[in-house]
Write a protein that binds this ligand. Structure first.
Ligand SMILES: Nc1ncnc2c1ncn2[C@@H]1O[C@H](COP(=O)(O)OP(=O)(O)OP(=O)(O)O)[C@@H](O)[C@H]1O
Length: 778
């Protein structure tokens, strides 16, 4: 049994032998104190068999927040429960749903999760809860997703009263054939939207429209379902769920479950030294390179395992997971060979059975350390670990807490270590821990009015039931509908809008992939389908020569055929990674909104970005550049939205930036700002792009654009526009506090720069960012 201060002690032992001066990897430590439980009574309305089921599973008394949320749902209010990981959110929705099932033998419910794996976990938990109880004999909870075979699907439609599915299947397999689901829809009492913080960006916008279509169908069949949202980490939960369903929502946020003391450490790996010590290893343009977060994570994982701490180590990439586990095993082989077999790797693509085995192995102590991708972030009943290592900021505060939340048994201490990667946002966070530890999780950005998302859903909605004028109004869809009418896809009649004959739009929407077609990635040696990639991203991710990773296996792409939507690859494990080089242009199509402050103008604009991948860089795994390879791929254009600023050249000169420094200053400031946009919007740098120029043909001024990498936009640039002051001042702090001399990946270099990170001028970028901060709002 560990004790309350276990986390801090484990950290202390791990730090032994590292420098204690300013080169110490520990940049900050925080202690989150123990919280004791607050209980409530079982409400009168809870069916005795439901209560019995919980008591038998060890839940003798519910926590207060569970009852608060359950009461709202029972009383017919849409509710979003946002309390920590493992705070018993499932009980909050199971209570009202199971009670309703026990009272009404025809009632039905839907459970939605962003991943199939989480859906099957929840289904299993529900099945265990009700097995052998007469009140639920006819419930037949059932999964209905891409893996369900057609016989079972038919059975589920007819017999199951609780369907566990995901937004993709709800869209393509349920809403599209609603007449077959008539009985189910007409009795639909509850819809659970689990892990609702996952529905962000384009995926979130699609899911919002799927949910709104689902509610609409249920109402047409006479039902009026209550929606229960759940998430450990969503900002403004009432608003987040309300955006998804388009209706009012109440929130329950006061977590009354108990947890032990949690120590959170921020960790920054030191710079790599060359073999002689005085010849440091360098990356692009001679920049210093830090020790990789994965290597540092492997060392901590091995250390913690030696200490006997049950540890989960989150690594961003699948390959990183394998490398971290292998390295940790190598370290253990040297110092504690008996522990080598108690470390394992885990990543997406594993089957439910493997997950179960892993959960069991971790909880009974057979395994002590597991390196994983975020596949284990959601809904796996692994909590109560002694330590969690987060190797690289997972992109959102929400994910960070989701991962960190796996540490800590009730009443006992635990340790969370967040290791910074060589990246401006990671660097900023380990030096400004308040921006991670004290900041509310970021607003989930969705934009269901994006015409590229809305248009196809309107077609689906119209084939489900004709769209009424009130609905068109509520979806902010009048303009888009008019265009669909002009296109001949919708017909206007008296009662509303009808689909053109023969229209079959459901299959054209890919809820996850964004917008447009898909490119299939195939192993040409075996004809095996490895995966798919959105066609708009194919040329930057599966260009000829690209190293492509699939579930830990490495492939090199030989051929990309954009017309046929096919990328052919062969298995190969080279000692380098590849990153595309791209040239692009931005044309401003329309200014949506703008603000001017003397010589500074900041605007939210609609743009068309034209880009062409012209080659790629090969980088050694240490970060060193090996060479550049030229490519000949077609030009592409992306209509999207951007936040943009322009500055008068004279003002820049007055601020100490001479015209010869404009390109490097603007380019470096743009890169750093892209890296930091994730601080104000739920996105990472791969969701957005940028362009800077010392004279833009339309503005005739030095201009910087940061745009959404999705047709029609995804809402990220818009957040940047509205949170411009916070975003730019954090960017300024990130760049100026970075310890490098001339710019490195931790501040102004970008791993996806189309120009090989040239020119970049860190010193003048800081002057530029200061100037923006001074002018903005003045
Ligand atoms: N009132 C309670 N008293 C004691 N244990 C409880 C109580 N409520 C739930 N639990 C237990 O806590 C554990 C976590 O519950 P659950 O999986 O519902 O949490 P969660 O908030 O949904 O977690 P996650 O954030 O991982 O989705 C389960 O093992 C559950 O049985």
């Amino acid at each position: 049994m560990q004790h309350a201060t276990y986390g801090s002690e484990l950290l202390g032992r791990t730090l032994a032998g590292t420098p204690s001066d300013e080169t110490s990897p520990l940049t900050h430590m925080a202690v989150i104190p123990t919280r004791t439980a607050q209980f409530d009574e079982w409400p009168e309305w809870v069916h005795p068999q439901v209560r019995e089921a919980f008591v038998e599973r060890g839940v003798r008394t519910p926590w207060r927040h569970q009852i608060a949320a359950a009461n709202h749902a029972r009383e017919g209010r849409h509710v979003c429960v946002c309390t920590g990981t493992a705070s018993g959110k499932s009980l909050a929705y199971q209570l009202p749903i199971l009670t309703t099932f026990a009272e009404d033998p025809n009632a039905t419910a839907l459970y939605l999760s962003p991943t199939k794996a989480l859906g099957s976990d929840q289904l299993r938990a529900t099945a265990q809860l009700i097995t052998g109880r007469s009140a639920f004999a006819h419930l037949q909870p059932c999964a209905y997703d891409g893996d369900t075979d057609s016989e079972l699907r038919q059975w589920a439609r007819q017999h199951s009263r609780w369907i566990f599915t995901n937004p993709d299947m709800l869209h393509v397999g349920i809403c599209s054939s609603h007449p077959k689901w008539r009985q189910f829809f007409s009795k639909l009492k509850y819809i659970v939207v689990d892990e609702c913080h996952h529905y962000r960006g384009v995926f979130g916008s699609h899911t919002a429209l799927v949910l709104q279509r689902t509610l609409r169908i249920a109402r047409r069949y006479g039902a009026d379902p209550v929606v229960i949202g759940a998430s450990a980490t969503v900002s403004n939960p009432a608003q987040a769920l309300s955006r998804l369903i388009g209706e009012d929502v109440v929130a329950v946020t006061d977590d009354t479950s108990p947890h032990g003391e949690r120590t959170v450490a921020m960790w920054e790996p030191g710079f790599l030294e060359g073999s002689g010590g005085e010849d440091p290893t360098t990356g692009e343009n001679g920049a210093p390179v830090r020790r990789a977060a994965g290597a540092e994570a492997a060392r901590l994982l091995a250390d913690f395992v030696i200490e006997g701490a049950r540890t989960l180590c989150f690594v961003r990439s699948r390959r990183g997971v394998e490398v971290t586990a292998v390295k940790a095993k190598q370290l253990l082989a040297e110092s504690a060979p008996e522990l080598v077999d108690r470390v394992a790797a885990y990543r997406a693509g594993y089957l439910a059975d493997d997950r179960r085995k892993l959960e069991r192995a971790l909880s009974d102590g057979e395994l002590l350390g597991v390196a994983t991708t975020n596949a284990l972030e959601l809904g796996v009943d692994i909590s109560g670990l002694d330590a969690v290592v987060v190797a690289g900021y997972p992109g959102t505060v929400a994910s960070f807490w989701q991962q960190a939340g796996r540490a800590g048994r009730r009443g006992e201490g635990s340790l969370v270590v967040m290791i910074a990667r060589d990246d401006p946002l990671d660097t900023y966070l380990v030096h400004h821990p308040e921006a991670l530890l004290e900041r509310p999780v970021e607003a989930t950005v969705t934009d269901p009015t994006n015409p590229y998302v809305l248009g196809p859903h309107l077609l689906c909605a119209a084939t489900e039931f004709p769209i009424t004028p009130d609905e068109a109004e509520a979806w902010h869809a009048v303009g888009v509908i008019d265009e669909l009418v002009v296109d001949g896809q919708l017909k206007r009649r008296k009662a509303g809008w009808y689909p053109a004959p023969g229209l079959d739009p459901h299959g054209d929407i890919d809820i996850r992939g964004g917008i447009g077609g898909q490119v299939l990635i195939v192993d040409a040696t075996t004809s095996r389908l490895l995966g798919t990639v959105d066609s708009s991203r194919a040329k930057t991710s599966v260009f000829p020569g690209a190293v492509y990773l699939h579930q830990g296996e490495s492939f090199v792409v030989d051929e990309l055929d954009l017309d046929d939507g096919l990328a052919l690859a062969h298995p190969e494990e080279p000692d380098w990674t590849t990153s595309p080089r791209e040239v692009s242009d931005v044309v401003i199509d329309r200014v949506v909104e703008q603000r001017s402050f003397g010589p500074l103008t900041v605007a939210f604009v609609e743009v068309t970005v034209t880009s062409q991948v012209v080659g790629f860089l090969r980088k050694a795994l240490s970060g060193e550049i090996l060479d550049q390879v030229a490519l000949d791929l077609p030009e592409e254009s992306l209509p999207t939205r951007a936040v943009m600023y322009t500055l008068e050249p004279d003002t820049m000169v007055d601020a100490g930036i001479t015209p010869d420094k404009f390109p490097g200053a603007l380019h470096a400031a743009e890169h750093a700002a892209i890296g930091m946009l994730g601080l104000v919007a739920t996105c990472d740098r791969w969701d957005i792009g940028g362009l800077s120029t010392d004279v833009h043909p339309q503005t005739a001024l030095p201009t910087v654009f940061v745009y959404d990498g999705f047709p029609g936009g995804a809402g990220f640039a818009e957040r940047g526009y509205h949170a411009f002051a916070d975003w730019i001042s954090a960017t300024d702090v990130a760049v100026s506090s970075c310890a490098c001399d001339f710019g490195c990946p931790s501040c102004v270099q970008s791993p996806k720069c189309g120009n090989g990170n040239e020119p970049l001028d860190k010193e003048h970028a800081i002057k530029l960012l200061r100037l923006l901060g001074r002018l903005y709002g003045s």
